[in-house]
Design a protein around this ligand. Structure first.
Ligand code: HIF
Length: 290
């Protein structure tokens, strides 16, 4: 791990790229779990309550650290920690979001717009005081279209952005010891593409017969692939489905729309002052609201 000059975010991107390959871990890359870390750090945002989001890097502390929805992300945080140790000038909140953006790009996806400026909570006590109540903000994969809308409308996304974001399930896999679900969505889960949308439309997804939670499966090229109930909701819902069809047919459109939507996700609740610093505010609100 190298030390890069303060403020050299491209240098940090290069450090992230160096650690992505990890033989023996999942499909050989920690990229997907870093994308999930960036999303779960950001996806607690509420546009109405003006709290949650990546600023503060609250997942280092209870209750986010022990939230069942974040199971497995302790590995992502451990993988990335040496970069912070070598470069303590970068906030964890910036590092986690930048690592997710970098991982998408390194796995063949689009360049995600990203800006620095996030500030970390200095302690668990500070996190409690500043964060506000952000319990139960992340989605439940066992539910359907209404739940997806409740969660993502709360963050300020529309139907098209929800489907574009969902392209991230082209990456990585479910782990029975984390979420309880099991398996990857696509045959090559460490390469970003529009395969997820193509497979949603072209395969016959049937309930998996097993002891685990209800999920769908299809065997593709000898590999057992999976879809969550929330993934299948995208093809069953009449407003979501046309976007699945568009992204299945046009990878370039997906890349453009995914970059915009994922970039927006990473920015939620990050309110910078004139110098580019996103300060922390008690209750997690916007510093400029008062
Ligand atoms: Fe995921 N997601 N996600 N997700 N997710 C899992 C894994 C990943 C949902 C559920 C799950 C998004 C939305 C939703 C990634 C990225 C994104 C897992 C498996 C579940 C259950 C966790 C495990 O067992 O390890 C639900 C219900 C969502 C709302 C519809 C985002 C759009 C798709 C926002 C997003 O970017 C990634 C990447 C992974 C793979 C992690 C890994 O360790 O490989």
């Amino acid at each position: 791990m190298s030390t890069v000059p303060k403020g050299d975010y491209d240098g940090i991107r290069a450090e992230v790229k160096k650690i992505l390959k990890r033989p023996g871990y999942d499909d050989g890359s920690i990229g997907p779990v870093l994308v999930r870390l960036a999303w779960h750090a950001s996806g607690t945002y509420s546009a109405k309550e003006k709290n949650g989001g990546s600023n503060g890097a609250g997942m280092r502390f209870a209750p986010e650290a022990s939230d069942g929805a974040n199971a497995g992300l302790e590995h992502a945080r451990e993988f990335i920690d040496p970069i912070h140790k070598a470069n303590p000038w970068i906030s964890y909140a910036d590092l986690w979001t930048l690592a997710g953006a970098t991982a998408v790009e390194a796995m063949g996806g689009p360049k995600i717009p990203w800006k620095p400026g996030r500030t970390d909570f200095q302690s668990e006590v500070a996190a409690t005081e500043y964060r506000g109540n952000i319990d139960n903000r992340l989605p439940d994969a066992a539910l359907g279209a209404q739940h997806i809308r409740d969660i993502f409308y709360r963050m300020g996304f529309n139907d098209q952005e929800i489907v574009a974001l969902s392209g991230a399930h082209n990456l990585g896999r479910c782990h029975s010891d984390r979420s309880g679900f099991d398996g990857p969505w696509v045959v090559n889960p460490i390469r970003f593409s529009n395969q997820y949308f193509k497979l949603l439309l072209t395969r016959k997804w049937v309930p998996r017969q097993w002891d685990g939670p209800f999920q769908y499966e299809a065997i593709v090229a000898g590999t057992r692939l999976m879809m969550l109930p929330t993934d299948i909701a995208l093809i069953e819902d009449p407003e979501f489905r046309p976007w699945v069809e568009k992204y299945a047919a046009d990878q370039q459109l997906l890349f453009k729309d995914f970059a915009a939507a994922f970039g927006k996700l990473l920015e939620l609740g990050v309110d910078r002052d004139g110098t580019g610093v996103a300060h922390l505010v008690k209750g997690g609100g916007c510093p400029f609201a008062a």
